[in-house]
Each structure stands twice: as structure tokens, then as C-alpha cells.
Design a protein around this ligand. Structure first.
Ligand code: PEP
Length: 260
């Protein structure tokens, strides 16, 4: 099955208002100048909440999606400081990162909370990008497959077939995030294949084959071609490199060329 490549930029907690506007405008220009065909790749820029409104305006009619990096699972209520799926939908936000390792590590996000968020995102028509991945200690103990399997089972609790098929999974080994230690193409492929097999076993092969699985962890224009060449890697979740328009544009170009 041909799965359309998906490239998501994760700004994390970076950029001030002026910088975000400059990035958005430059990205539009650069993608056009480099003739990046946005019909051949889905691109989402996942930004802090304060930047969403401006980027939605800059990207209007441009086929560049704006995504969130987190959300609450309730629609509204007494949750001071939180943003709901209804609020994101109301702003035209297309996707949301759920269960990023930084949220699991620093904010105590559990698989149970992720499961509620995945279901809530689907209920609001927002595509979840669910992050899974092992720590260095788990990798060294050869517990990476079992760790990812446990995360998948927990985060998909209560999720139906149709929703599962629309979920994007980002395999992000924690030791590779922001470290420059990118996974080898083979180990990214092995993990992506294990995830696909697991989803096929749970939801049926139709779902397993439809789900897009991204690799994340120190992706750059230097390693993207080898990684995207793997059959079960359908795109990238990119942090540091995607803070730079040139790099994001180049990775989009390389991805299209490699998946033609
Ligand atoms: C991320 O933020 O999800 C990520 C993969 O970061 P980096 O590309 O910087 O490793």
C-alpha cells in the first residue's frame, strides 16, 4: 500500500512572535521556490499555542498544516492553563502531538492519559501523532520492542479500528531526541515494522497497512534519505532541524524524491 509521507516539525518551546511569523512566511516562499509539491507529502508545523493564529493566516490555502504539541482530553471546564480539543478544532488545527517523551518525562504524562487524548482528538476530528519509544536503559536491556508494545497497547485503549487507522505513530527512541545520535535505518525499520505488526494483530492488517509511522530523533537533511528508504518508515517528526526553514524544506524535497 502506498502511504503518503508525513513530515511534522516540532518547535517545542521555541520562537517568539516575530520569529514565528518570519518562519511561516519564509517557509511558504521557500517551498514554492523549491517547487516542493505539497500534494505528495503532508507537512505539519506543530507550534506553541500562542503562534497558531498567525500561522493559520500565513498558511491559508497553502496546504501546510498547523499542529499542536499537546492538549487536554476534556472539552472544557475547570482545568486552569489547559487547551481543549474543541479549542484546537475551532482554530482549524489539523493535528496534535500526544505523548512526546518530554511530556512523559517532565509532566508525568501516562499511557492512560495519552489514550484519553488520542480518543478525544479523534472525537474532535484532529489527527493525533502518538509518540512512542524506549529510553537508553531500555534499549541496552533489549527491552525496546516490549516497551513500545506496552505504550501502544496503553495509548490505544478504547480506540476503535477507524480511529486507529487515522492515527499517526511517531517512533522516537528517547536516546536519539536532540542528541545527534540518530537510529540506524535498520533499527528505525525494525521498530516501525514491529509497530505495524502489532497494530495489524490488534486491529487487522488493513489498519496496520494504513497507519503512517514516522521516525523521530535527530533527523536532518543528512540522514533523511536513508531513513525514508526503509519500507515501514513513512515520514519524520523533527525537532531541532525543523527550526530552520531551509532544513525543513530540504527534508520535504528529499522525502518526495525518495518516495516517488
Ligand atoms: C522531537 O522533538 O520530537 C525530536 C525528534 O527532536 P530532534 O529532531 O531535535 O531530535
Amino acid at each position: 500500500m502506498m502511504r503518503k509521507p508525513f513530515i511534522a516539525a516540532n518547535w517545542k518551546m521555541n520562537k517568539l512572535v516575530e520569529e514565528s511569523v518570519e518562519y511561516g512566511e519564509t517557509l511558504v516562499e521557500k517551498l514554492k521556490a523549491e517547487k516542493v509539491d505539497l500534494k505528495k507529502v503532508d507537512v505539519a508545523v506543530c507550534v506553541p499555542f500562542i503562534h497558531m493564529a498567525a500561522l493559520k493566516v500565513i498558511f491559508v490555502l497553502r496546504n501546510i498544516n498547523v499542529g499542536a504539541q499537546n492538549m487536554h482530553y476534556e472539552e472544557s471546564g475547570a482545568y486552569t492553563g489547559e487547551i481543549s480539543p474543541a479549542m484546537l478544532k475551532d482554530m482549524g488545527i489539523e493535528c496534535v502531538i500526544i505523548g512526546h517523551s518530554e511530556r512523559r518525562m517532565y509532566f508525568g504524562e501516562t499511557d492512560e492519559a495519552c489514550a484519553r487524548k488520542v480518543s478525544a482528538a479523534h472525537a474532535s476530528g484532529i489527527r493525533p501523532i502518538l509518540c512512542v519509544g524506549e529510553s537508553l536503559a531500555q534499549r541496552e536491556a533489549e527491552a525496546h520492542f516490549s516497551t513500545v508494545k506496552t505504550q501502544l497497547t496503553g495509548c490505544f485503549a478504547g480506540v476503535g479500528r477507524e480511529e486507529a487507522a487515522k492515527t499517526v505513530i511517531a517512533y522516537e527512541p528517547v536516546w536519539a531526541i536532540g542528541t545527534g545520535m540518530v537510529a540506524t535505518p535498520q533499527s528505525a525499520q525494525d521498530a516501525a515494522k514491529a509497530i505495524r505488526d502489532d497494530l495489524s494483530a490488534t486491529f487487522g492488517s488493513h489498519v496496520g497497512e494504513a497507519v503512517r509511522i514516522l521516525y523521530g530523533g535527530s533527523v536532518s537533511s543528512k540522514n533523511a534519505v536513508e531513513l525514508i528508504g526503509e519500507p515501514d518508515v513513512d515520514g519524520f517528526l523533527i525537532g531541532g532541524a525543523a527550526l530552520h526553514v531551509d532544513e525543513l524544506t530540504r527534508i520535504c524535497q528529499l522525502t518526495i524524491e525518495a518516495t516517488l
